[in-house]
Design a protein around this ligand. Structure first.
Ligand code: GRF
Length: 213
């Protein structure tokens, strides 16, 4: 076990997850997609009983699209630059997710603010991961915010998505130490490793708390 993982700790209200039917996930991502990869790997390893029905991404050339191809997950590009408003983009997202039979929406590095159009269509069934211990350091550049504030413990949070950014119910968190010689990149890498551990577990935990009608 590395020093980082030995010093990192999981913070969760309940990690004993009850069994649930196969979850039908729709993942939304804008960039690299390492969290998409971690979720796909957890499913393949049977640590998460789920299926990724579709990946929606908004940036042509985003690395996450190639990852989806490698996992044989269908992907749909919805470029926000082609929509007249946030609501119009979200209407297209909802329609795509519903066509693919998605029950749970997993935002994994989706770098757009979402609107009530999406939130109402999947109420309580949209999750996001944020690289801070919420409610501290909401919004962009959370890792830089934490370093600037001089905190000694940083981390990541999986939470339900509500209209206010980075503010919904906290499902699971993991903490990592901030080391004296940390740069934003080093701390980000340490946080990322924990994101990959908690996101699949948090999906299962959240699903065990909400039933699909
Ligand atoms: C993660 O740090 C996540 O917390 C934030 O966006 C980043 C996505 O990384 N919301 P990746 O694309 O999954 O590698």
């Amino acid at each position: 076990m590395s020093t980082d993982s030995a010093m990192s700790s999981l913070i969760s209200p309940d990690t004993s997850v009850s069994p649930h039917p196969t979850l039908k996930l729709g993942v939304m991502a804008s960039g690299s997609g390492s969290n998409f990869e971690a979720i796909a790997q957890a499913i393949a390893d049977r640590q998460l009983n789920a299926q990724i029905q579709v990946l929606i991404y908004n940036n042509p050339g985003a690395k996450v699209a190639a990852r989806a191809d490698r996992w044989s997950v269908p992907s749909v590009l919805l470029d926000h630059r082609n929509f007249s408003s946030r609501e119009a983009l979200d209407e297209a997202i909802v329609s795509t997710l519903q066509q693919r039979g998605v029950e749970w929406v997993i935002m994994a590095g989706w770098m757009r603010i979402v609107t009530p159009v999406l939130i109402a269509a999947f109420r309580d069934r949209i999750l996001n991961i944020h690289p801070s211990l919420l409610p501290s350091f909401k919004g962009n550049r959370a890792v830089e915010q934490a370093l600037k504030a001089g905190v000694k413990i940083a981390g990541c949070t999986v939470h339900r998505v509500v209209t206010e950014v980075d503010s919904g119910e906290i499902i699971m968190q993991a903490a990592v130490p901030v080391l004296p010689d940390d740069t934003p990149e080093r701390l980000q890498n340490r946080i990322h490793a924990q994101e990959h551990c908690i996101y699949p577990r948090a999906i299962a935990l959240a699903a065990s708390q909400v039933s699909i009608d």
